[in-house]
Structure formats: C-alpha cells, structure tokens
Design a protein around this ligand. Structure first.
Ligand SMILES: Nc1ncnc2c1ncn2[C@@H]1O[C@H](COP(=O)(O)OP(=O)(O)O)[C@@H](O)[C@H]1O
Ligand SMILES: C=C(OP(=O)(O)O)C(=O)O
Ligand SMILES: [Mn+2]
Length: 528
C-alpha cells in the first residue's frame, strides 16, 4: 500500500508558485474567463457548465473506513465505506495530477457563523470558477482572520481527474471521499460545484453533535421582533425560495446549527435554483444574479448574454451561487436566537398532504424521522421526474450519524423552547404528479407567513383524514378550497385510495425506527 502523509502532500502542493491564494472575486472571474472556464452574462454573473454531472452523485460518495469514525457512522447506501488503501492511492494520484497543472486556486475560510464552533477550512481547486463558488458559498475571513487562519479540513477538488473503477476501486470515474481521520474531502470526476458545499455540510453533521449542537438541513430567517423561523426540506422543496422574504431578515438558505444560544448559518452564501426563475415570483433571488454570482448550467444567448431561465436543456437543476449579502434583507452576522416556528417542507408528488397543517409534538417527531417528500428532477443524478422518498430528518444524504442522534436533539429543543411546528406541502394539489398541479408559490408564501406571524394560532381547524393533523379552515390570502387536499381532488375515491397508499408506505418506512417510542407512532403516525 502506498501510504502517504496527507498533510505534507498538501503542503508541498500548496508551496508551488502556480497556486493562487485567496484571489478576489474580480481576479477569479477574470481567471475563469481567461482560462475558458466560463463567460460573463448580461447582468455580470459568471456562467459555467458542468458537463455530464449537473447534480450530486450520491452513488459515488464515500466515507473512509477508519478507526476514529468506524463505530459512529451510520454505514449504508448514504455513507458508503471505502478502505483507507483506496483513499490513499487515489489521494496520491490526485495530488500528483494537480502538481502538473499550471494554476491552482486556494480559498481559506470557515464553515459556521458562530465563532465558538466554526470550522476553519481550505479549498484547493483546479478550476478558478470552483474557487469562486467556494469563496461565495463558504464564510469569507476578515484580513485578521486570514492572517491567523489554520485550516482543520481541506477539500481537494480535481474535476478533470477521472478514476478508473477497475484499478482505483471506485464505483465510477467520479468520487467524493471524506476522511475524518485525515480531515480531507477528495473530489474527482465531477464538476458539479454543489458537491463541495454539501460535503462540508456532512462533516458539520458529524462534528457538531459532539459539541451539543444540532446541525440541520434547513433555511432560516428572522422577523423584526427577533422571531426566528426554520424551514426544513430536501432539495427542491422551497428552503431557498421561501426563506428569501423581503419582510424578514435572511439568516441562511440551506445549512444551520442550533446551539444553546440559538441558530447560526454554516455558510456565507446561497445556492438557488434558477429553473423558471422570474423577477415577479422570486425578486430577491432574481436580483442577486449579478457580478460575483456564479451561474451553473443556465442557458444564455450567445450574443446578448441574457439568461433564459426557462431553458432546461442542460438540466432542471440550474443554479445561482452568490454571497448572502446579495440578498437585500439579511442578518449580519448570520446568527440569531432560538426558533419560534419550524416548518417542515415536503413536495408531495401524490397530492395527498395538506398544503399547511399544524403538528403536535408526536406528529412533529414522526414526520421529522419519516422525512417524506419527493426527489425532484435534477439535483441527484438519474432523477428526471418526482420520486417519492423518505429522507430522514429531511436530509438523509448528508447525515453521517444515525438519524436518532439528530431526532432526539430536535425533540428536546422543540420542547425546551415551545416551538410551533407546521407541515407544509409545496408539492402537488388536486391530483398526483401528472394530474394535479404544483401548489401556487404565492399561496405557499401566504400560508407560511400566516403561520410565522401567529395568525394560525387560534383559527378553526379540521382534522386531516390521513394523519389527523390540524388543517386551518382559513388562511389570509389563500382560497379556502385549496386548504383541504381531499376537497381539491375532483375524484374523492381516487384521493382516498392514494391516501391509503401513502399511509401504508409511511408505516412500512417507519419499521426501520424499531427503537423509537410507541407513543410517537400511535400519536404521530397515520390514522387510516
Ligand atoms: N409552492 C411552492 N413553494 C415553494 N417553491 C415552489 C413552489 N412552487 C414552485 N416552486 C419552485 O420550486 C423550487 C424550490 O426550490 P428551492 O427553494 O431552491 O428548494 P431548496 O432550497 O429546498 O432546495 C423553486 O424553483 C421554486 O420556484
Ligand atoms: C445543493 C443542494 O441542495 P439544495 O437543493 O437543498 O439547495 C443539493 O442537494 O445538491
Ligand atoms: Mn436550496
């Protein structure tokens, strides 16, 4: 086995004079364009294409099997074990490969806006545009912080290095490998920039619980009274869209920690979907697409360089990456108090779940563990239409530890802070995918605002027929006939049939939580 000292390998790689360290946004944009990695758009954004991989590649994501993490990790199809030997061999090859490049880009910064728990990281990129992505998405250091910066985790990203599965022991040419012992993320064979931010999120999901902090796959914002709201949800359910609300300060759009003092963003930027983006529906995001923003796989006119957000010819998962301060109303720093409201976002492709309902403590725990939603087209390789999925804690692709670790912490925190929990279906209504339509964004916004503003605290409710959740009979700004999902279906028998199917699949899925208290199932689960 070729065993290498990973730390000195990084040091020697970084000592070369081809390494551009901590370039400014302007310098990175200039480099990316000069190197033919991307083009400038009419609003000043840098536009790049990612080739074959336009979403994450979960089947190529591995955790190295090591003594320090072996007994902690929840091994399986999310956390795929890979031997130290395979990791070390590939690592050595990637370092050798990067040594041959005439330019490399290094970003140093942090994950975690709370200074007590933040993780100093560095990102070594083959591409300038990837380094710009890292610069915009992670937390940028001040000059003083940079001077004393000492990275505790390193991402090494070599997108043009392709593994040979037969020789290298991988599943494909692509690999995302996390070593908790060496404190390295090794990425090769994919140009999708989202792998970088989500692998650091996975690492925070490993490290924070040890410090008594709950890591969460959610967005967060805060109102004028300091009232914090969290929006949990798998990709495409509306975290980024719904948290950008001009009446509330954005804390972050995707990854947060919840400590004894409150919540904090792990990131320094946002990663918004652009498909069908309009200024009217999503003005904050639309206007954030300017100089400094990275546009991924958005089709632009060759001459005018105008973006066509409706064009999905490269992927459904078109993206804009921008620093959080490109959103007008934000919390600085990205830290706030304890949440008052939690919203679980689900994009139900069956059209069965109500567009908004209030959950009891047991229902909240049941739905958090179930994490029912649909994988929407694009964010993961191979998904082209909504696929119903149970993604525990609304983020199973990013959880290295068993779900119970996160669920127990959330349960305690909800109790301790008396948080109101709502389930919001941003998916289908009036029929399943293909028959019904997606819930209107303006209605969802109105429902979420009413919940956060306490306007649903004392309204009349009816009991949902599937889970027994409390469905408000009226929500300001929303026609009442969309509130009860059964009413929204023309064919009631078809609804009941689908609902039964869904309830059965929840029960089936929940069997994996054998150790969970009977009360959560009896009081929180389906009633049909
Ligand atoms: N009712 C709705 N609620 C939220 N988003 C919706 C709704 N209808 C359509 N959308 C679209 O769904 C996508 C939600 O994606 P996004 O907010 O990026 O999700 P996430 O951040 O959770 O991955 C956006 O493109 C948004 O325009
Ligand atoms: C970047 C991602 O997150 P989201 O779609 O939740 O924004 C992802 O899942 O790859
Ligand atoms: Mn998002």
């Amino acid at each position: 086995m070729q065993s290498i000292d990973t730390k000195s390998a990084i040091q020697s790689l970084l000592s070369g004079d081809q390494v551009h360290t901590q370039l400014s946004v302007a310098q990175l944009v200039e480099q990316a364009i000069a190197r033919g990695e991307g083009t400038l758009t009419s609003t000043g954004a840098l536009r790049a294409e990612t080739g074959k991989y336009t979403g994450r590649s979960p089947e190529d994501k591995y955790m190295v099997d090591e003594d320090i993490s072996r007994d902690k990790v929840d091994w399986g199809s999310v956390n795929r074990p890979i031997s130290k030997e395979i990791f070390q061999n590939l690592y050595a090859k990637v370092i050798d490969y990067l040594q041959t490049k005439d330019a490399l880009f290094l970003f140093k910064g942090f994950a975690g806006a709370d200074k007590d728990s933040r993780l100093p990281i560095q990102v070594i990129n083959e591409y300038a545009w990837h380094n710009l992505f890292a610069h915009q998405l992670f937390i940028r250091p001040t000059a003083e912080e940079l001077a004393s910066h000492n990275a505790e985790f390193t991402i090494v990203s070599a997108p043009t290095f392709k593994a040979d599965p037969a020789v290298d022991g991988t599943n494909s040419e692509t690999f995302i490998m996390v070593s908790m012992e060496e404190r390295i993320v090794l990425i090769g064979g994919t140009e999708y920039a989202g792998e970088m931010k989500k692998s650091i999120f996975g690492i925070m999901n490993y490290l924070l619980p040890e410090q008594g902090i709950l890591p969460m796959h959610c967005s967060a914002n805060v109102g004028e009274e300091g009232d914090v709201a969290l929006f949990f949800g798998l990709s495409g359910t509306g975290k980024t869209t719904l948290s950008a609300d001009k009446g509330r300060k954005l804390i972050g759009d995707d990854e947060h920690g919840w400590s004894d003092t409150g919540v904090f963003n792990m990131e320094g930027g946002c990663y918004a979907k652009c498909i069908n983006l309009t200024e009217e529906n999503e003005p904050e995001i639309f206007n954030a697409i300017k100089f400094g923003t990275v546009l991924e796989n958005v089709v632009i006119d060759e001459e005018t360089r105008e973006a066509d957000y409706d064009d999905n010819s490269l992927t459904e998962n078109t993206r804009a990456a921008y620093p959080i301060d490109f959103i007008e109303n934000i919390m600085v720093p990205s830290v706030a108090g304890h949440p008052k409201t939690i919203v679980f976002l689900t994009a139900d492709a069956f059209g069965v779940l109500p567009p908004i309902s209030k959950l009891t403590k047991e229902q909240a725990m049941y739905h958090f563990l179930s994490g029912f939603t649909s994988k929407l087209a694009g964010t993961e390789r191979g998904i082209t239409s909504p696929q119903p999925v149970f993604s525990t804690c609304f983020g199973s692709p990013f959880l290295p530890l068993p779900a119970s670790v996160y669920a127990e912490m959330l349960g305690q925190k909800i109790d301790e802070h008396g948080v109101n929990v709502y389930l919001v279906n941003t998916g289908w209504t009036g029929g399943e995918y293909g028959v019904g339509t997606r819930m209107k964004l303006s209605y969802t916004r109105a429902m979420v605002r009413a919940a956060i503003d306490g306007k649903l605290d004392n309204v009349e409710t009816e009991q949902g027929s599937v889970f027994g959740v409390a469905i408000p009979k009226e929500v300001p700004g929303v026609p009442s006939d969309v509130l009860n999902p059964r009413n929204a279906w023309a064919d009631k028998d078809a609804y009941d049939k689908k609902a039964k199917e869904l309830a059965d699949s929840f029960r089936e899925n929940f069997k994996k939580f054998a150790g969970v208290s009977e009360e959560i199932i009896s009081k929180g689960g389906p009633i049909i």
